[in-house]
Structures are given as C-alpha cells and as structure tokens.
Write a protein that binds this ligand. Structure first.
Ligand code: CAA
Length: 283
C-alpha cells in the first residue's frame, strides 16, 4: 500500500510530535484539530523543536524549512479526503474516538488506513465504528514523540496483515522501532507502566516516603530517566487515571484500582505539568 499523505487528527502534545516526525521523514502531512488556533499552537511547538535542532547545528535551516513546508494545517476533518493514512491523536475518550472514526470512514478514500494513537482503548471497538475494520490499527507513540523510539503497533481483531505490514514499514521510515502487540486493555506499555505509577502514588498515599524520596529510589535505584511521580506529572494525571480505569474495568481485577490520591488530585484540577501543578509545582 502506497502512503504519501498522512493526516494527523489532534495538534496537542502527541499529535504535533507525530506530525513532526512524519514530515521529517518526507511525508506530506495534514495537521488537523477542531480550531485553527489549536493547529497554530501545534505548528508552533514543531517550529520550536526544529529550531532547537538548527541552533545546535544538527539541522540546516533549509532542511527545517522543507519539513515545515511538508505540513499543512487544517481545521476541517473533510481534509481526510486527501489522506492515505490518518493517525488519530485526539483525547482519550471512546465516544469521541468512535465518532471521529465513523466520520473518517465516510470521508477518507477507500484505500486509506485509519490508525489510532490511543494509549489503552480497544482498537477492535474503535474499528467497529467503521465499515473497514481490516484497515484500522493502533499506532501508540510515546511522549515526547520526537525523542522516544518506540511505537507499539496494535492489531485489532480484524486488522489485515497487509495493513500491519504497511504501518510497520512507515514506523521504521520515521525512525522508530515498531513492536507488535495484541489488543488487550493498556496493551503492553501501559499495562506495565501505569500499575507501577499507581503503586508509587499508593506509596506516597500510605506515607511510606516523600514524593522526592519515591522518585529518587526509582531514578537512582532502577536507572529510570524520571521518577514515577515526575513521570505521572509529565504524562498528565487525568490520563493516568483514565488508563487505570480502563485497566480496572477491562480486567475487573482489584490490583488495577486507581489510588484515591490520584482521583483527588484530578478532581482538584492538579493534572501535572500541563496545569502547573501535580505532585510537583511547575512555574
Ligand atoms: N520534544 C522534543 N524533544 C524533547 C522534548 C520534547 N517535549 N523533551 C526533551 N527533548 C529532547 C531535548 O531537546 C534533548 O535533545 P538533545 O539531546 O538532542 O539536545 C533530549 O530530549 C534530552 O532532553 P533533556 O536533556 O532536556 O532532558 P532529559 O535528558 O531529562 O530527557 C526525557 C528528557 C527524554 C523526557 C527523559 O526524561 C525521559 O526519557 N523521560 C521518560 C519519558 C517516558 O517514559 N515517556 C513515556 C511516557 S508514557 C507514554 O508516553 C505512553 C502513554 O500512553 C502514557
């Protein structure tokens, strides 16, 4: 399957990163969000990331200009008409995702592959909102997208081998490492990462140690680049809670019960870095 134009739905942290790495690999990219100002903000993040590379002498200004020229902004989902592949990176909410996929199914060319960057929602259920479940697949990027090597590729129940192969090739072309997983709640990454983060929050909740101590143990003791509470703030506490709830509901096992302290922080609007306060305070 030939893919030349990739549409990315959602110009937030993940979507803008995905658009950047695709454009850097030479793909034509449509960066879409609900409002032009969101798209502009996403493009601003991409410009800033690339400028840093230019300043450090790792990229020529001309190369940066070419990457930027590969990306067009759009606030109309009908731009999907031009796409060979759509990567959806909208909010983690099944109702919103199924609505988007139903619309994309109507709009995108028959040959187009529809991928979701969902971090834990079932690909099979998202695919069921379309009449092309064989062309629906999960492409789970890690944050920050330009830095992290992994893309978890999730096969839905009906995903065709040919579609999997195309997505695997594209993942390699954009400089990432594809890892194949099957469609179960949280896939592999968040099934393992989130219970660890949740346990770190329980450790704080039960007064075993201070937040700094918990992070220090995991950073220095396990060589993690960030402690689990810092990482939770980085990911977003609302996202962490949503993923824990998806695991809890999906497996029905108490070991996935979200820590009450996590719920309390989210209710308080302490969502981590993005809101200026989570376990830590950000200026
Ligand atoms: N966008 C682009 N580049 C970024 C970036 C961003 N948001 N943040 C950092 N970088 C780049 C920096 O520019 C720097 O690049 P150079 O080396 O080329 O100069 C490099 O990354 C290292 O950055 P720093 O020196 O500022 O900081 P650091 O060494 O502490 O690294 C980090 C930052 C890469 C984020 C590192 O702390 C890390 O790997 N943290 C863990 C990240 C992680 O676990 N991500 C997965 C989250 S889970 C997820 O995404 C899935 C999910 O579904 C929830």
């Amino acid at each position: 399957m030939k893919v030349e134009k990739i549409m990315v739905i959602g110009a937030g942290q993940m979507g803008s990163g995905i658009a950047q790495v695709c454009a850097q690999a030479g793909y034509k990219v449509i960066l879409n969000d609900l409002k032009a100002e969101y798209v502009e903000r996403g493009l601003g993040v991409i410009r800033k990331n690339l400028s840093r590379q230019v300043d450090k002498g790792r990229m020529e200004q001309q190369a940066m200009d070419e990457v930027i020229a590969n990306i067009e902004g759009s606030s109309d989902i009908a731009s999907a008409k031009e796409a060979d592949l759509v990567i959806e990176a909208a909010v983690e909410n099944m109702d919103i995702k199924t609505k988007i996929f139903a619309q994309l199914d109507e709009l995108a060319p028959e040959h187009a592959i529809l991928a979701s960057n969902t971090s834990s929602l079932p690909i099979t259920e998202i695919a069921a909102a379309t009449k092309r479940p064989e062309k629906v697949i999960g492409m789970h990027f890690m944050n920050p997208v330009p830095v992290m090597k992994l893309v978890e590729i999730i096969r839905g129940l009906a995903t065709a081998d040919e579609v999997y192969g195309t997505i695997e090739d594209i993942t390699k072309k954009i400089g990432k490492v594809p890892v194949e997983v099957n469609d179960f709640p949280g896939f592999v990454s968040n099934r393992i990462l989130m219970p660890m983060i949740n346990e770190a929050i329980y450790t704080l909740y039960e007064g075993v140690a201070s937040k700094e101590a918990i992070d220090e143990v995991m950073k220095l003791g396990m060589n993690h680049p960030m402690g689990p509470l810092t990482l939770a703030d980085f990911i977003g506490l609302d996202t962490c809670l949503y993923i824990m709830e998806t695991l809890h509901e999906g497996f029905g096992d108490d070991k996935y019960r979200p820590c009450p302290l996590l719920r309390k922080y989210v209710k308080a609007g302490w969502l981590g870095r993005k809101s200026g306060r989570g376990f830590y305070i950000y200026e």
